[in-house]
Unconditional design. Structure first.
Length: 251
């Protein structure tokens, strides 16, 4: 990488101060780059390599960050909302350019990737790469063999074209542990893997076979599996290896 970012722009992108405030902080000698007091707010730095401090404290200036959030229910996938909490309220990072990769409904829980890497985010959502997403749905009713065959082949959910082939795995009694809320009244829990991201797609797919969704939880996104150590509302940075795999699946 290169020294291509002005220090005042960097601090403002990180949400730490405005460019004017940064100018003042520089004047006051409060900002240093690699141990040298910064003399101009126009000084250019390499955010991934230079060591920046503010009043002696290190500043995390990395260009890109990648977080895996276990989204709780009742939270909106948006940067801001006048009425409801949003997923960004859970991320303690002042960067102003963070966004969620894709959208989970307010009542959907589970894995949400949050980053400021626009290029990767865009690729992961592009229909070109068919990134697989697995959901665990608690449904009303029990899928028949015909339902499963229909969901796997592609169903008409009222769009121009039927859904792309999907994978369906009912979690029958005695099967793998489910993370859905048993108090929901769901008759069956089902793992559904899709490679598209249409509006309310999972709910509409189950609706199409007459088995509405009562609970919905995303357990994986591409190569990323939701970390079982994360309680709802908790997040962690993804590992280097996870990032490598994520980049690979959208290449
Ligand atoms: N499909 C849905 O119907 N809802 C979600 O939140 C995600 C996928």
């Amino acid at each position: 990488m290169a020294k291509d970012t002005r220090i005042d722009r960097l601090f403002s992108n990180l949400g730490l101060m405005t460019r004017n405030q940064c100018k003042k902080a520089v004047k006051g000698g409060g900002i240093a780059v690699n141990g040298e007091v910064c003399r101009s707010e126009a000084e250019k730095v390499d955010p991934d390599a230079d060591k920046v401090t503010w009043d002696g404290r290190p500043v995390d200036t990395r260009r890109f960050v990648y977080y895996m959030l276990n989204k709780p229910a009742g939270v909106i996938t948006a940067a801001r909302d006048p009425k409801s909490p949003t997923v960004m309220d859970y991320i303690f990072d002042l960067r102003t350019d963070l966004f969620a990769v894709g959208r989970l409904d307010k009542d959907t829980t589970g894995l949400l990737l949050i980053t400021n890497d626009g290029q990767l985010g865009h690729r992961l959502l592009s229909p070109r790469y068919h990134v697989a997403k697995t959901y665990e749905a608690g449904i009303s009713g029990v899928l028949t063999e015909n339902d499963i065959a229909a969901l796997e082949a592609g169903v008409d959910i009222g769009d121009d074209s039927p859904t792309l082939p999907a994978k369906v795995r009912p979690l029958n009694a005695g099967g793998p542990q489910s993370s859905c809320d048993d108090a929901s009244g769901a008759a069956q829990k089902v793992l559904l893997t899709i490679t598209e991201g249409r509006y309310h797609q999972v709910k509409r797919m189950f609706e199409a076979v007459g088995k509405p969704v009562l609970t919905l939880h995303r357990s994986s996104f591409g190569p990323l599996e939701l970390d079982p150590a994360l309680n709802p509302g908790e997040y962690r940075e993804i590992t280097e290896d996870e990032l490598k795999q994520l980049k690979k699946c959208a290449q």
